[in-house]
Design a protein around this ligand. Structure first.
Ligand code: GLU
Length: 443
């Protein structure tokens, strides 16, 4: 019997097969060159945080990013100028209006968010550089860092939009008049048309999405494209504004930060899990790709990716130890052993275990911990210090906690080394006690 591909590829292929016949919608035609797109073109791709790549259909077919470029140029502006400065020029509120709406804040003229055209043009206007070429290079460089390969421009699509993009120019002039555009309107829109005409494949888009989901580090190249803080800021705006006036419905049904574009591209990010992308040119009334919307919705349901679902921990935090109140040999360490990546949630479990028990010496084994984030480190450090302050002997195994000369805990190379240590036994007046007795912990 022939064995098919892996189950993820099989799931993508299945969704691709069934949705390939989904009719409805039309490719965008207001940019004449986009009307030439093959309405039957349909690609799907998924990239994990480990850089594993999956695809179905026309995932290697190139098309222009259009609005899918917006979150990445927003990321660039945030990296260069910071959130406070960018927010002076562009807001972060859903407009509830169409992608090309004249949606400017009363009084300031500031566009509602960076995912609609007005906000994207205002964002592009913030990209620094000595001239148009240098500014565009900076944009292309950053888009390429997200994709993990050098992208290029579809000159025909660029020329087509440049020849017909008067509405966007009008938006730019309105913003300039209101004082909310940082540079000349024609320069801003030309740069914006070029960024929209950058060409990529569905497979590229999935890597770009995965980079945002991976805290700004491209999971395929291992290179950082933006800081974690910027990735989080961009995902937040994508979650509320990425699907134009269908953003609320999208968050309800699909539950993933996303961004669509008029060429039929669509990305969705499952933070710390996957980047997903789809391409299919026919668009619905809100300007979102019909098949892409259905495909991402199905992917999210099938794989349980909705943001509001609590993620299952990859592995239990606490491993293989008896309860701390199991009356160990006097003076022996009771052991709490943790494993995997520790964040706030995992650290809470660890400190709960540490605080439990009868009050004797306690050993925290972090030998199997793969990552300790700053919050978890602070929580665990504070807990160990609290235990020591209460007079408990405290020790750690593993190097997850950084060395500190004033640390109130001892450090052992292994649990066995801690077990062999008889300091506490001597202190308890029971030299050699425990030999042959019940082992309070395993190795
Ligand atoms: N270049 C397109 C425009 O400004 C992008 C719009 C979109 O993809 O939604 O009209």
């Amino acid at each position: 019997m022939a064995v098919g591909p892996d189950v993820v590829t099989e799931a993508l292929a299945d969704i691709h097969r069934r949705l390939g016949s989904l009719d409805g919608g039309e490719p965008a035609s207001y940019i004449p060159e986009l009307a030439r797109a093959d309405p039957g073109g349909f690609g799907l791709a998924l990239v994990s945080m480990d850089g594993h790549r999956y695809a179905a259909g026309d995932a290697q077919e190139p098309f222009t990013l259009q609005s899918v470029s917006k979150p990445f140029v927003y990321a660039l502006a945030l990296s260069e100028l910071g959130l406070d400065e960018v927010s002076r020029w562009v807001g972060a509120e859903p407009s509830g209006e169409a992608f090309n709406a004249i949606s400017l804040e009363d009084g300031t003229g500031r566009p509602s968010n960076a995912m609609i055209n007005a906000g994207a043009i205002a964002t592009t206007a913030l990209v620094p550089g000595a001239g148009a070429d240098e500014r565009f290079e900076r944009i292309l460089d950053r888009l390429s860092a997200f994709a993990g390969r050098r992208l290029d421009v579809d000159e025909a699509v660029y020329a087509s939009e440049a020849a017909t993009g008067d509405r966007n120019r009008a938006l730019a002039y309105l913003m300039r008049g209101a004082g909310s555009l940082a540079c000349d309107p024609l320069a801003a829109t030309d740069l914006y048309f070029r960024q929209c005409a950058v060409r990529a494949t569905t497979a590229d888009l999935a890597v770009m999405a995965a980079t945002l989901g991976n805290g700004g580090v491209n999971p395929v190249t291992g290179r950082r494209a933006v800081s974690e803080a910027v990735a989080v800021q961009v995902l937040s705006v994508m979650a509320t504004c990425g699907m134009y006036d269908a953003s609320g419905e999208w968050l309800l049904r699909v539950g993933l930060p996303a961004k669509s574009g008029v060429s039929g591209g669509l990305i969705a990010v499952s933070p710390a899990r996957f980047g997903a992308a789809c391409w299919s040119p026919p668009l619905d009334g809100a300007g979102n790709p019909v098949r892409g919307t259905a495909a991402l919705r199905e992917l999210s349901e099938r794989f349980g990716l909705h943001l509001m679902l609590s993620p299952a921990p990859a592995a239990p935090t606490i491993v293989g130890e008896p309860p701390l109140d199991a009356a160990p040999r006097a003076g022996a360490f009771a052991v709490v052993a943790a494993q995997g990546a520790l964040d706030f949630t995992a650290a809470e479990r660890v400190l709960f275990e540490l605080e439990a028990g009868s009050g004797g010496p306690v050993l925290l084994d972090l030998g199997l911990v793969t990552r300790l984030d700053a919050v978890a480190e602070a929580m665990i450090t504070a807990t160990l210090a609290r235990l020591a302050a209460r007079g408990r002997r405290v020790a750690v195994v593993g190097d997850a906690l950084p060395e500190r000369p004033d640390a109130p805990w001892e450090r052992f190379g292994s649990r066995a080394a801690a077990r062999a240590d008889r300091t506490a036994d001597a202190g308890a007046g029971k030299p050699g006690g425990g030999a042959g007795g019940a082992q309070p912990y395993g190795d």
